[in-house]
Write a protein that binds this ligand. Structure first.
Ligand SMILES: [Mg+2]
Length: 249
């Protein structure tokens, strides 16, 4: 039976240097726009990915947009799910038209609200002089979600923004997700699980497939739950929620 691994990328199969174990030889696999290395794989992560690339169809399932995904230097050969499920990118780097026809009208309809949320975040950052920055992540001419980061990785300041947003903005049509130095405001019509279901039903052929999901964040829980089996890195955000008491060795 064909095995398909839906694989989150950041903090699942690679991570930034401060999150890497201190004594491992690190292999750079994702880069900034200027070409400098940003994220790294450990030898264990490389061995893990190589095993799955031999054994399964590996489908990256990530919040990255095409620009950020293009800066990941790993030998993925099949389609990819980007932008929290907003884009299904085919092998020839074109859009899955059927999926795009579902997402694009919703993204267009939500665009004014996304601008309002982005402006609300920027007001909080400016008023409280938090030094964070907020960006609307767009792809294929669709504004899709807002991401907030702090240049010094100050997660506590992002939590302040999150708290103020809850008190002052209408968040009823989106979900707010924080994992370390990444606060995302994601419209409710997005979700990796929706795109995974679409791919399973429309892109993998008529034969049954064995599906495995792997991710580290609470936003990955939905797509792990639509797969036959779930995998998580040790002591990640999702493991801490699902396996209380696990803090790793
Ligand atoms: Mg992740």
């Amino acid at each position: 039976m064909r095995t398909v691994l839906f694989l989150d990328l950041d903090d699942t199969i690679f991570q930034t240097r401060p999150k890497c174990p201190g004594d491992d030889v690190l292999h750079p696999v994702a880069h900034r726009r200027d070409g400098t290395p940003l994220s790294f794989m450990t030898p264990r992560q490389r061995a893990f990915l190589e095993m799955w690339l031999r054994a399964a169809t590996v489908i990256p399932t990530t919040a990255r947009n095409l620009d950020a995904y293009s800066r990941v230097d790993l030998p993925f050969e099949h389609l990819a799910i980007l932008d929290f499920g907003g884009v299904v990118l085919l092998e020839d780097k074109t859009l899955d038209a059927a999926w795009d026809a579902q997402i694009r009208p919703r993204a267009r309809a939500f665009a004014p609200e996304l601008r309002i949320l982005h402006a609300a975040v920027e007001r909080i950052i400016a008023r409280r002089r938090l030094g964070a920055y907020a960006r609307v992540i767009a792809d294929f001419d669709m504004p899709l979600y807002v991401v907030v980061k702090h240049p010094d990785g100050d997660c506590a300041l992002l939590a302040v923004i999150h708290d103020e947003l809850r008190a002052s903005a209408d968040l009823s049509r989106c979900f707010v997700h924080q994992n370390d130095n990444n606060l995302s405001l994601v419209p409710a019509f997005l979700g990796k699980e929706h795109a995974v279901r679409h791919v399973v039903h429309h892109r993998l052929g008529p034969e049954p497939v064995l599906t495995i999901g792997m991710g580290d964040s609470l936003t990955d829980a939905g797509f792990l739950d639509v797969c036959d089996y779930s995998l998580m890195p040790r002591a990640c955000q999702l493991a801490r929620q699902r396996l209380p008491g696990c803090e790793g060795a």
